[in-house]
Design a binder for this molecule. Sequence first.
Ligand SMILES: NC(=O)c1ccc[n+]([C@@H]2O[C@H](COP(=O)([O-])OP(=O)(O)OC[C@H]3O[C@@H](n4cnc5c(N)ncnc54)[C@H](OP(=O)(O)O)[C@@H]3O)[C@@H](O)[C@H]2O)c1
Length: 235
Amino acid sequence: MNLNQQIEHWLGERFTAFSRSDRPFVTLSYAQSWDGSITLRSGKSLALSGEQSTSLTHQLRSLHTGILVGIGTVLSDNPRLNVRLWTGPDPQPVVLDAHLRLPADARLCQLPDKRCWVLTSSDAAAPRDAALEIIRLPGDSEGRVCLHEALRELKQRGINSLMVEGGARVISAFLSHKLVDAIVITVAPRLAGGYKAVTDLGVETLVELPEILPWFSGRLGNDLIMWGDVRYQTP
Ligand SMILES: NC(=O)c1ccc[n+]([C@@H]2O[C@H](COP(=O)([O-])OP(=O)(O)OC[C@H]3O[C@@H](n4cnc5c(N)ncnc54)[C@H](OP(=O)(O)O)[C@@H]3O)[C@@H](O)[C@H]2O)c1
């Protein structure tokens, strides 16, 4: 099996074994430099992945029923989140946007065949002429969308597997709430000294850190691909 087949097979096994009925299986996937930066600074777009690892990202998208990013990523990268460099179905796009900042002219609001789901805790009206579905959910103590409620809602709407693509605030929030089941990272051979993928997880000791076990690695073009199961210390 080549690397793409290995990851597809590995994920398929995880999806089958996943037994929770209250939320989707969550795969975290992003590209970083060797020093752990996902971009130079928040709000700036930086394409770190090579051609083959970008195709892997599209393959991963096609394997999940939903794909989620934060509003910070939409405002800086204006992504489509669909499958263009692989053959397979597009996942349902979802944006975490507590204050409903998504602009009507964002590419995600203009998809030909999907209405983007926007998870918000705001009462504000949806932007006009945008192909969106606004889903209002409770906020957490910091005014962000409550992730547990978000995942429950997505599961009820038929999302059984969710790929979380970033950015850093969203990655860190999912990890600190222990809501990531699997991780697939592209490591590009660059040193960026920029905005790190994972920020404060609110833990103090080594044993409390999320651990990747077992983990696997391989090479695609000039990039290192690392993947594995994410485990947390049981309380
Ligand atoms: N290299 C890669 O693979 C990759 C992938 C994705 C993004 N990026 C980069 O990452 C940068 C964006 O990252 P970012 O950290 O600034 O923004 P982000 O994580 O994309 O979005 C964060 C925003 O999402 C909203 N949000 C709502 N509920 C949330 C919750 N429960 N937890 C966390 N956030 C929640 C918040 O804004 P509101 O309060 O307004 O809702 C928050 O500020 C961009 O520069 C982009 O290019 C890189």
